[in-house]
Design a protein around this ligand. Structure first.
Ligand code: SAM
Length: 244
């Protein structure tokens, strides 16, 4: 059916493209892409050729109305270079406008580096806060960290190799020396997740900025205890059922 399809793509391992994602891409009338070279490789991998049109921060305002108009009669797919569109990537305004115009909006879920990293770190997963990329400037970054210092949730951040050590140090200064994990090159050949306290990790990476793509996971404040045990979840379910 015509409409907007939000299609998640692999974050490094082409095997992670879901069959449904491949199906939607194969029958899309147009695919809105961040970088056509990146998406062309993915399409080549599944043996399809579909028209692509650029959709990124610099042209989104201008091309959005045209894309929304096409959704009335065509299958418009949105992808980003890797992972789930809209997550530290463009797209939410396209979804907003598609909804406002009354078009069908469908999600085709799949890989997302933030969630993948959370599953690797061994830190509590019952509550988490995704911060995306912190501001690059020291002052704004310190403010952004201070704002979340009291939040009782595991924090998830995207970061680049060259900035990693500085960010870990800034996190330790404002949050205290919490347990953390640095997940790198997830689903790729050199996937790893190094855990330790924020200062241990900052020291480790200070002189050796890591290569590749990185997600930082930081434990909630206080002792790292998993607050919701599976027994608690079972008890809550039983209670909810008896109330029905
Ligand atoms: N929309 C994407 C998603 O769903 O994960 C994220 C896009 S954001 C522009 C790119 C950032 O995601 C990278 O700088 C890195 O922090 C993180 N990332 C993407 N792929 C990754 C991978 N394979 N391993 C670790 N981090 C990754």
């Amino acid at each position: 059916a015509p409409g907007l399809y939000i299609v998640a793509t692999p974050i490094g391992n082409l095997g992670d493209l879901t069959p449904r994602a491949a199906e939607v891409l194969a029958r899309a009338d147009v695919i809105a892409v961040e970088d056509s070279r990146v998406t062309a490789k993915l399409l080549h991998h599944i043996g399809v050729k579909r028209p692509m049109t650029p959709y990124h921060d610099h042209n989104a305002e201008g091309v959005r109305p045209g894309l929304v108009a096409r959704m009335g009669s065509e299958v418009v797919a949105l992808v980003s270079d890797a992972g789930t569109p809209l997550i530290s990537d463009p797209g939410y305004k396209l979804v907003r406008d598609a909804r406002a115009a009354g078009h069908l909006v469908v999600t085709v879920p799949g890989p997302c580096a933030a969630v993948a990293a959370l599953t690797l770190a061994g830190l509590p997963t019952d509550r988490f806060l995704f911060l995306g990329f912190l501001p690059p400037k020291a002052g704004a970054r310190a403010t952004a960290i201070a704002e979340v210092a009291a939040v009782r949730a595991t924090l998830i951040l995207y970061e680049s190799g060259p900035r990693l050590a500085v960010t870990l140090t800034a996190l330790a200064e404002r949050l205290g020396d919490r347990e953390a994990g640095v997940a790198r090159e997830i689903t790729k050949r050199f996937e790893e997740c190094v855990t330790g306290t924020l200062t241990e990790l900052a020291a480790r990476y200070a002189d050796a900025p890591p290569k590749g793509e990185i997600v930082v996971i930081v434990a909630p404040p206080g002792e790292v205890v998993i607050e919701t045990s599976e027994d608690d979840i079972d008890a809550a379910l039983v209670e909810a059922m008896t109330r029905l």
